[in-house]
Design a protein around this ligand. Structure first.
Ligand SMILES: Nc1ncnc2c1ncn2[C@@H]1O[C@H](COP(=O)(O)OP(=O)(O)OP(=O)(O)O)[C@@H](O)[C@H]1O
Ligand SMILES: [Mg+2]
Length: 335
């Protein structure tokens, strides 16, 4: 390996470390007597705080273990349950710089590791190695989040095999350099599946992942659909105009419809289901259209297969005690 000149900027980076402890109870509103390290200042990479975000106890504790104890944490769960925002919102409250990469089938090894690029220097064109996101983040006090981890190509994901191990160094082959991780570099992932591919038909494009790699994640937290009261509280936080007591019954019915679609999906009656994200969108659309039935059709029913719309209309009828739309009535109902 060649000697690399000491980079003063990097030496300064190494000195950056958390300088305070924050109480989990006050900062995240969850019942735990824990204090976790946090940074004093905010830089451009610290996500904005979303005051309306409601933290799930188990997932928050898992993520905090990741930040405080340098554990590699993966958050798995159905779509639209708040996984990606959960990681960001924990980082936001710790002032921890956080970079989220959306993995997709076209992310290549070169994107992650780096590549030679032609740059202009003093009017001359020179070829220079430009670091990819992995070596860049590894040398900084940054939480790197692989979002949609199961969409990444498994052969490409091998790039991160070593950094999944705590203290795992990273070799830049083309550069003959071995990088040691910054003591406050952290790694997280969010995923819909647990690496077994698109088993339930909901996650087209999900890859089967290598289990030697899944094995390296120290903590796997799950964030699936939550109890009804919690889901209502989340919708109220997101759509404050429906947060008053006059709209409580409406929100109860909306979440009840969502639960019926989830049960219908589990029973094989429906091929799709309503995520908390869809419930929030429905609530927002009620603000635009006024009528819950019209907003429901535009937010969810039209996404369903035509053959399944009468079933969804029936769920609506059951929870709202009114018809969704005459055209969705089943032929058998009319007979
Ligand atoms: N606990 C919560 N508090 C406040 N808002 C929430 C919460 N959970 C989810 N949301 C909102 O729901 C939406 C979906 O969240 P997010 O994109 O994080 O879901 P996800 O689990 O990453 O979904 P996907 O699997 O599709 O990537 C966001 O607008 C988010 O703000
Ligand atoms: Mg997400």
């Amino acid at each position: 390996m060649t000697d690399v000149p000491e980079d003063t900027a990097l030496t300064e980076l190494c000195a950056i470390r958390p300088d305070r402890l924050v109480a989990v109870r006050d900062t995240f509103g969850i019942d735990a007597d824990l204090r976790v390290p946090a940074f004093g200042g905010r830089d451009d990479h610290v996500p904005e705080i979303d005051q309306a975000y409601r933290f799930n106890r188990d997932v928050t504790l898992a993520l905090l273990a990741g930040f405080a104890h340098n554990r590699r944490v993966m958050v798995q769960g159905l779509h639209g349950t708040g996984k990606s925002t959960h990681v960001e919102q924990v980082a936001a409250r710790l002032n921890w710089p956080c970079v989220r990469i959306n993995l997709d089938g076209h992310i290549s090894r070169l994107d992650l590791v780096g590549r030679d690029a032609v740059v202009l220097r003093d009017g001359q064109q020179v070829t220079e190695f430009q670091e990819g996101i992995v070596p860049w983040a590894l040398q900084r006090p940054v939480a790197l989040v692989f979002d949609e981890y199961d969409a990444g190509r498994p052969d490409v994901m091998f790039v991160i095999q070593r950094i999944l191990e705590r203290d795992g160094r990273f070799t830049l082959l083309d550069q003959n350099r071995v990088l040691a991780p910054h003591p406050y570099f952290r790694l997280f992932a969010t995923t819909n599946t647990v690496g077994l591919g698109n088993l339930n038909g909901l996650y087209h494009g999900a890859q089967r992942l290598n289990h030697a790699q899944i094995d390296r994640w120290n903590i796997v937290a799950t964030l699936n659909y939550m109890p009804r009261d919690e889901e209502i509280a989340i919708v109220q936080a997101r759509v404050p105009q429906l947060a008053d007591s006059a709209h409580r019954a409406l929100l109860e019915s909306m979440v009840a419809v969502a639960e019926l679609t989830r049960n219908g999906f589990a029973a094989g009656d429906l091929s799709t289901l309503m995520s908390p994200r869809t419930v929030i969108t429905w609530a927002e659309n009620i603000g635009i259209f006024g009528d819950p039935a019209l907003a429901f059709r535009l937010s969810f029913v039209n996404k369903c297969d035509e053959a399944e719309r009468p079933i969804v209309a029936e769920y609506f009828q059951r929870c709202f005690d009114r018809e969704l739309d005459e055209s969705y009535r089943r032929e058998s109902d009319e007979a």
